[in-house]
Design a binder for this molecule. Structure first.
Ligand SMILES: [Zn+2]
Length: 164
């Protein structure tokens, strides 16, 4: 009886394998697309687990994030298109703090309550970062301020001591 059960299971697996076989190329294609879509931007983002002692945006750094965004949420209206119309309430880490992203202006985006809640601590995929930089072209004049960076520069460090 036991042996018969094992044979039945093998037969089911065999039948499934046979039925799914025509879809294998599609499944592999889908897997490749999902992998590419989730990939972080090459050469950017933090690969170390060293955390910035500053957990959140404060003082001049926080103020600058909101100023750059003109007080408006910087997230996309839909996936990567348009810009959210809500007021910004949070300075969010583009590369999550928990994954080594520094608490610096170039790693920040101003977000509304809804977008801040929905983002969470995920490492952003390449299209997310490029989308943000592309949106910024319409309201941020200097190219260096548009770019997302996770490393701390001399200017970023200086801003921390300017607590006015
Ligand atoms: Zn928003």
């Amino acid at each position: 009886m036991r042996k018969l059960g094992a044979v039945a299971v093998l037969e089911v697996i065999d039948a499934l394998w046979f039925a799914l076989q025509p879809y294998f190329p599609w499944m592999i294609g889908l897997l490749v697309i999902v992998t590419i879509a989730r990939f972080p931007p090459l050469g950017r983002g933090s690969w170390s687990s060293k955390r910035d002692p500053w957990r959140g945006y404060r003082f001049a750094a926080r103020r600058e994030v909101f100023e750059r965004a003109g007080g408006r949420c910087e997230a996309a209206f839909f996936v990567i298109w348009g810009r959210c119309r809500e007021d910004a309430v949070e300075a969010d880490h583009v590369y999550p703090w928990s994954k080594g992203g520094a608490t610096i202006v170039s790693n920040a985006q101003a977000l509304c309550r809804t977008h801040n809640r929905s983002k969470g601590a995920i490492t952003p995929p390449w299209w997310y970062v490029l989308g943000l930089e592309r949106r910024r072209r319409t309201y941020v004049q200097t190219e260096s301020t548009r770019c997302v960076r996770w490393e701390m520069s001399v200017e970023d460090r200086a801003l921390r001591h300017d607590r006015v």
